[in-house]
Design a protein around this ligand. Structure first.
Ligand code: HEM
Length: 523
């Protein structure tokens, strides 16, 4: 009997191994080369450990070995196919959502939104449409309020001393300033200054990413049973309702008092109102509205402050760069009769330094994220089975001399010169995407908030450049750190002068006396 059991167990083992081997052998992904180790079943876990450790180095290796083509990286829970080169980018961009979906790729790779969010956020994504259309169109009229918030937040952060230099830890301060500016346009006053609400927004951002990461480790079969015990983001969104309810009720009752002809002109000019306009028609619950708002906060977090901070390090290091930008800003403001969204569009140098910062540093190594929703065959014959996750090697492409002259150098006015030379108004501006420029993705799922983002970041920078002198308080090495990701902070600490609040690199900022009043009157 014992012999029989042993034999049965051995047979079962062999059957399992055989099934795995057949599945591996016939998997279309096997035709795509693996970088970082083997793709053999079982052993690919070792490869995944390497990917976890050396993601950027492996991207570089794959990009070098398979230019204009594809390779794959192992993760503990999935394979990630990386593509490069404008031809493949164009091909992916053109594929419809039914074949390659950005939303389901994000859902699987980051949020696990099936479990962490209300289903309406996936089934009816009108908030994305609002960002793409209404928020972008209304930015010009929202700008004065946003700039007001920037001024108030900077006064609080830097102080108002016009004689002495003040030392500040730039990254956290810029985070605070940009979050305030964004939320002024999202929910208006006074909520955008409510510290509890803002820290709840930050908590949600961290939690939803963490919930997603934890859930990915749970087998799909049991995920929906386990999820309610694990996820915390929904509870945080529930707490946001407490802050939003009085604002929404007050708006509703104020609007109810007005006649139909007055309602449109009297409505608050912010994202919450744009969402409410649709949500009310759909009879949507406030908890869903809160989640839409919070998810849009997630989309903006870190990117803004990182972008501003990188630019500040550059201008703080090079006074001639600061002066050149200042000259352009001042002359444009006088020529155009004020500081408006339109006048900022004519500040090509400022626009160029933004685009170059996004190219050179990038906010993520990879973009153009997609999930194959069905078996897809690309024009070169590559087969991507349903469920395949893919991304473009954006960072490597942005650092390839084939696409950008002297790509390894940070050249702040590179794109301004290209616009001058080519006489092309929009092609090289900060928010324009292209097959070789993927900072905002590309195609119909390129970041819908990119014009809005460029407008706000420029607003913050114009304010800083005109109102403050800057110099690096830390060493230049801090700026050389290629990325300001949170995990890079400790490296910055090592490179910086001692004595800063969190050991971050410090920039000294001195207020330029007298200018502020001038600007205020120009707004
Ligand atoms: C500098 C700031 C920003 C950067 C670098 C950035 C970058 C990106 C990128 C790369 C994608 C596409 C993801 C991919 O291709 O893998 C994306 C998508 C998205 N972004 Fe942004 N973004 C920024 C600001 C914003 C802002 C301000 C908003 C909203 C107000 C926003 C909302 C979104 C949304 C909703 C999507 C998903 C689009 C869709 O599902 O079709 N982003 N962003």
């Amino acid at each position: 009997m014992d012999d029989f059991r042993v034999a049965a167990a051995a047979c079962a083992m062999m059957a399992i191994v055989l099934v795995y081997a057949v599945r591996w052998y016939t998997d279309p992904l096997r035709a795509i080369p693996t970088v970082g180790g083997t793709s053999l079943p079982g052993l690919s876990y070792l490869t995944a450990r390497r990917t976890n450790r050396d993601f950027k180095a492996l991207l570089e290796e794959g990009y070098r070995k398979y230019p204009g083509s594809m390779f794959k990286l192992a993760f503990f829970t999935h394979w990630l196919v990386i593509l490069s080169g404008p031809e493949l980018v164009e091909e992916v961009r053109k594929r419809p959502d039914e074949e390659l979906s950005l939303m389901w790729a994000h859902a699987e790779l980051i949020w696990q939104s099936n479990y962490t969010l209300e289903p309406q956020l996936s089934s009816d994504r009108y908030h994305v449409q609002i960002v793409r259309e209404k928020l972008t169109r209304r930015l010009a009229t929202m700008l004065p309020d946003i700039l007001d918030e920037v001024a108030v937040a900077l006064d609080e952060g830097f102080g108002t001393d016009t004689k002495e230099w003040t030392e500040v830890a730039v990254t956290p301060l810029m985070n605070k300033v940009t979050v305030r500016a964004i939320n002024r346009s999202f929910v208006g006053l006074p909520l955008c200054r409510n510290e509890e609400y803002l820290s709840l927004v930050a908590e949600f951002t961290q939690q939803i990413v963490q919930d997603g990461a934890t859930l990915r480790l749970v087998p799909k079969l049991i995920r929906s049973f386990i999820a309610p015990f694990i996820i915390k983001a929904k509870k945080i969104a529930g707490r946001a309702v407490t802050y939003l309810r009085p604002v929404v009720e007050q708006r509703m009752s104020a609007l109810a008092e007005l006649g139909d002809d007055q309602k449109e002109s009297q409505k608050p000019n912010d994202l919450l109102q744009f969402i409410l306009d649709t949500a009310v028609q759909k009879g949507e619950d406030l908890s869903v509205i809160a989640q839409r708002l919070l998810m849009l906060n997630v989309a903006t977090s870190f990117t803004f402050s990182m972008l501003v901070t990188h630019v500040l390090y550059h201008v703080a290091e090079k006074p001639e760069l600061l002066q050149s930008l200042r000259d352009e800003i001042q002359s444009t403001i006088s020529a155009k009769g004020g500081w408006t969204l339109d006048s900022m569009k004519h500040m090509w140098k400022l626009d160029s330094i933004l685009r170059e910062t996004l190219r050179y540093y990038g906010m993520t190594y990879t973009t153009l994220t997609r999930r194959a929703m069905t078996d897809v065959t690309l024009s070169d014959g590559t087969r991507l089975p349903e469920g395949t996750l893919l991304q473009a090697a954006t960072y490597q492409q942005h650092h390839d001399d084939a696409y950008f002259t002297d790509a390894g150098t940070f050249d702040p006015f590179r794109f301004a010169r290209m616009r001058d030379a080519e006489g092309q108004g929009f092609k090289h501006q900060a928010s324009t995407t292209a097959p070789d420029y993927l900072a905002f993705g590309h195609g119909k799922h390129a970041c819908p908030g990119r014009h809005f983002a460029a407008g706000i970041v420029k607003g913050v920078l114009v304010h800083l450049i005109l109102n403050y002198d800057m110099k690096l308080g830390g060493t230049v090495r801090a700026r050389r750190t290629s990325r300001l990701r949170r995990r890079s902070y400790p490296r910055l600490t090592v490179a910086c002068l001692s004595g800063s609040a969190k050991g971050l690199c410090e920039a000294s900022v001195g207020r330029k006396g007298g200018k502020r009043g001038l600007l205020r009157s120009l707004v």
